[in-house]
Design a protein around this ligand. Structure first.
Ligand SMILES: [Fe+2]
Length: 292
């Protein structure tokens, strides 16, 4: 069932989500068959861990280009030196006031950059420094969650659309919001109308459907007020999406190159670690299509 190439081995990590790939060196050019096998594994298993890599930021960017054209992170504050398509996630970043930058927005379940017309199809992460424990990335199979919905719920949410901003007003008012990002948002909001996205997304390569939203970027579901929207999305997550059987929580080892198929997934960062220790990941985004 899985790709059979002498060097590349792909093994499932759980029944419903996650696989790991071994026997491939992403510093080397990949042949078309290997590229296709890895790409298919990300899509089929929603999240793929390619083990045992040894990559500089520039090599990491080149490795990700096997999966498509990369796109800029909309947060331009923390980029890898000289490698502008790779951003740096670190618990040691400071905000413009010199205080530790708040990262809690990544701690809730989401998919990336829903406020953009073409959000990334894949999000990739690669650890550079890890705490002794915790600080992983959890991924939920939102395709399996959609397929398990009761018919009436599926019919109810199928036509729903979300109105997305960089940071919703519900989120901007909370203590966890990064004030720099709130300021950026206030500037951007004046210039741009919200980005309308489907709440249920069709996979452009497979035709499957998945529940797809970023709660902190959702100003409202079209036809609902913001407060009702936040309550509805929380209930949808808690009742139907975040079931243990749909979730894979990845604990990083150095050398893990993680790829998430955002079109079928929600993910969140784990902040369950000793913050006196350094956690730093590189992140790259592979450009996607307009969701429908
Ligand atoms: Fe994310």
């Amino acid at each position: 069932m899985l790709a059979e190439k002498p060097s590349l081995t792909i093994t499932k990590l759980t029944d419903t989500i996650g696989a790991e790939a071994t026997g491939v060196d992403m510093r080397r050019p990949l042949d078309a068959e290997t590229r296709r096998a890895l790409n298919d594994a990300v899509i089929d298993h929603v999240v793929l861990v390619i083990r045992d890599q040894h990559l500089t930021a520039a090599e990491y960017q080149a490795a990700l280009e096997n999966f498509g054209e990369l796109m800029e992170d909309q947060n331009r504050r923390y980029l890898a030196d000289g490698v502008p398509l790779i951003s740096v996630l670190s618990n040691r970043h400071k905000d413009s006031q010199g205080r530790p930058a708040k990262q809690a927005a990544n701690a809730s379940w989401h998919t990336d950059h829903t406020n953009q017309e073409r959000p990334p199809k894949f999000t990739s992460l690669y650890p550079v420094a890890l705490p002794d424990q915790g600080g992983g990335t959890s991924v939920c199979n939102a395709r399996a969650a959609y397929e398990a919905l009761p018919d009436d719920m599926r019919r109810r949410i199928d036509p729903m659309q979300t109105a997305n901003t960089l940071i919703s007003s519900a989120r901007a008012g909370s203590d966890a919001a990064n004030p720099d990002i709130v300021r950026d948002q206030e500037k951007a909001a004046a210039a741009r109308p919200p980005m309308i996205q489907p709440l249920v997304r069709t996979h452009p390569e497979r035709g499957t459907k998945a529940i797809w939203f970023h709660q902190n970027k959702t100003e409202n579901i079209v036809g609902m007020d913001p407060e009702e929207t936040q309550a509805f999305l929380t209930e949808l997550l808690e009742e139907h999406v975040l079931k243990p059987e749909f979730i894979y929580s990845h604990e990083y080892r150095l050398g893990d190159l993680l790829l998430i198929d955002n079109r079928s997934a929600l993910h969140r960062a784990g902040f369950d670690f000793d913050h006196s220790q350094h956690r730093m990941l590189y992140r790259g985004l592979v450009r996607g299509d307009k969701p429908y």
